[in-house]
Design a protein around this ligand. Structure first.
Ligand SMILES: [Fe+2]
Length: 223
């Protein structure tokens, strides 16, 4: 991805953090660790989320009709110095409606500044139904005894500035621990194929970024 464009995105993130532009989330020490709703903050993020260099690889995984989800990810993760955010998770609760997660890196990332870690093949680990009504998104590995110890199989994914990591959101993943003095940024996104059973009028949190919306509910064939 173009170096100058990445620098512009990083400058925007730096400014939002400096000015504490909501919406965001803080950690227990009061540091901002997420800046939300990038899509509507600035045209440059819209441009990023719809770049052909991101959408084209997704077409090979999802087919021609793709939606960007405004209500899953659509934020920048800020991995602060000494961050204790290392916690493995899937980005959805349930196997029946996974998404594709996309991370875009604004700096070189490695084990020293807490690069992303994944547990290879963990998308195939058994599904565990969530207990009752969870008050959080996703599936957290440390909440289920059946997954105990799998975090020891995690591998770091070092990347260069401007790299894009695309993965099945059912794979357990986490940011690492940032041992440097500089915060590390990862812009996150979620996409999925157009849902052929969801009437198009329900799609206000979804932005069509490729192809068209199709609806194929059975009632279309009722006589
Ligand atoms: Fe995640």
């Amino acid at each position: 991805m173009d170096d100058g464009f990445i620098d512009e995105l990083k400058a925007l993130v730096d400014q939002y953090l400096k000015d504490e532009v909501a919406p965001y989330k803080r950690d227990k020490q009061g540091k901002i660790i997420k800046l939300f709703n990038l899509f509507d903050r600035n045209e440059k993020f819209k441009q990023l989320y719809t770049l052909p260099s991101i959408i084209k690889p997704l077409q090979s995984l999802l087919g021609p009709n793709i939606e960007f989800l405004k209500n899953r990810h659509n934020h920048v993760s800020v991995i602060q110095k000494g961050s204790n955010e290392r916690r493995f998770h899937r980005d959805v609760l349930h196997w029946s409606r996974p998404v594709i997660s996309v991370l875009i890196y604004l700096q070189d990332s490695d084990i020293y500044n807490g690069c992303t870690e994944i547990i290879p093949t963990s998308q195939y680990l058994p599904f565990v139904p969530p207990y009752g009504l969870p008050n959080h998104a996703g599936t957290w590995l440390d909440e289920f005894e059946v997954y105990k110890g799998f975090e020891n199989q995690a591998l770091p994914v070092p990347v260069r500035k401007g790299d894009v990591l695309i993965f099945d959101t059912l794979i357990f993943h986490s940011p690492g621990i940032n041992l440097t003095d500089e915060p590390r940024y990862a812009i996150t996104a979620a996409y999925h194929a157009v849902d052929e059973l969801l009437p198009t009028k329900c799609n206000h949190h979804r932005i069509l970024v490729s192809g068209k919306r199709t609806y194929c509910g059975n009632e279309l064939n009722w006589e």
